[in-house]
Design a protein around this ligand. Structure first.
Ligand code: ASP
Ligand code: MG
Length: 405
């Protein structure tokens, strides 16, 4: 019997009616002759609410306690879905991350999965149960509950699909699939019927919210076909897989954007070995992710160094960088918090000139100033003012004729 892993996000299980709807969809999958493992997120905004609750008690909640608290959100939705399935006459059982055999390291709030030991899941499947697993959580070697980072239920789902050798991992959410750009900002955006792993990984990393980048990484490594679709209708979704044809691959496939961007410039940095390490090591130590880094060629042995961080990390980053900058003899530190990243992505860009020029021209014709540019083999990213994102997306979408896919 084929095995399917389905994951339902927070908006798909936001209330009792929606949970009953999910139960019907799961039941249908079972009726088609599949074994089914379901991974659920916490209901609606539960995770945010639990964080806010903890912060009413203490400004910086203890990491270990916070992870236990947050893990309860997914426990709640898993039990309710199991009850809803029982109510429809189906055998189902809910399992916490621990019971499901999700073993992680012990970095609270951002634990990484070390191993999946799905013995219990297999046993329950053999008994004819639909297995509902609480997403986003696992257990460390010390038997402490950990969480996998915000949006981590996707990662749980793909990890289980890999461990159980599922036929497909289906990720259900409130959008119909992967679009050429965010359809809320670009009305012309088109749904893609398929996309390759590398492209989806870049799209997700650079702001497309449909699937978590870590889940994509796992999907690619274990070659798990991943379907992204909505739980609110029967609309066909987007299949992410490794066998996308050359012709489709040979284009810009999508535009991602991210408005959670701030930049810091250290002005007048002396140009000598060790400076970059001195600046970035302390940021790494407190787990601040530095994204784009640009250092200009120096004039008279003085240079400027600019980098971006998530806007939510800006204050913390400045408090670390300012004293270091003073120590190394830089002139000053300046920051800008109202920035955004806009990225075009497509494997077709590899070795083909002209993509960057076309993107820059589209922005220029809209009167949008590019502050920083970064590229990978299959991506070009421009950092621009946040209030121009919508115009930028529409202009680039048009320039690459993405409405025609
Ligand atoms: N409930 C967690 C969050 O909101 C995990 C998830 O939804 O995937 O981040
Ligand atoms: Mg959520």
């Amino acid at each position: 019997m084929p095995l399917i892993v389905q994951k339902y996000g927070g908006s798909s299980v936001a209330d009792a009616e929606k949970i009953k709807n999910v139960a019907r969809r799961v039941a249908e999958t079972k009726d088609k002759g599949n074994r089914v493992v379901v991974v659920v997120s916490a209901m609606g905004d539960t995770t945010d609410e639990l964080i806010a609750l903890a912060r009413q008690i203490v400004r910086q909640p203890d990491e270990r306690e916070l992870d236990v608290l947050l893990s309860t959100g997914e426990i709640v939705s898993s039990t309710l879905l199991s009850m809803a399935l029982n109510e429809l006459g189906y055998k189902a059982i809910s399992l916490s991350g621990v019971q499901a055999g999700i073993h992680t390291d012990s970095s609270y709030s951002r634990a990484r999965i070390l191993e999946v030991a799905p013995k219990r899941i297999v046993r329950e499947l053999e008994q004819g149960n639909i297995v509902i697993v609480a997403g986003f959580q696992g257990i460390s070697r010390d038997m402490d509950i950990t969480t996998l980072g915000r949006g981590g239920s996707d990662t749980t789902a793909v990890a289980l699909a890999a461990a159980l050798k599922a036929k497909v991992c289906e990720i259900y959410t409130d959008v119909e699939g992967v679009f050429t750009a965010d359809p809320r900002l670009v009305p012309e955006a088109q749904k893609l019927s398929e996309i390759g792993y590398e492209e989806m990984l870049e799209l997700a990393t650079y702001g497309a919210k449909v699937i978590h980048p870590r889940a994509m990484e796992l999907g690619e490594v274990y070659n798990i076909p991943i379907l992204v679709a909505t739980s609110f209708s029967k609309a066909p979704g987007t299949l992410i897989h490794g066998g996308v044809s050359m012709e489709v691959r040979n284009k810009v496939r999508g535009i991602a954007h991210d408005v959670n961007v701030a930049k810091i410039t250290v002005v007048g940095v002396p140009d000598r070995p060790g400076i970059a390490a001195a600046l970035f090591e302390p940021l790494a130590q407190v787990n601040i992710n530095v994204d784009t880094i640009v250092q200009n060629a120096s004039i008279n042995n003085i240079t400027d160094l600019t980098f971006t961080v998530a806007r939510s990390d800006l204050n913390k980053a400045m408090s670390i960088v300012e004293p270091v900058a003073r120590f190394i003899g830089a002139k000053e530190c300046v920051s800008d918090a109202a920035l955004a990243k806009v990225s075009i992505i497509g494997t077709g860009m590899q070795n083909t000139p002209g993509y960057a020029a076309k993107m820059f021209r589209a922005l220029y014709e809209e009167g949008i100033n590019i502050q920083l540019i970064t590229t990978s083999e299959i991506r070009i990213t421009c950092i621009i003012a946040e209030d121009r994102v919508k115009d930028a997306l529409r202009a680039i979408h048009k320039a690459f004729e993405l409405e025609k896919v």
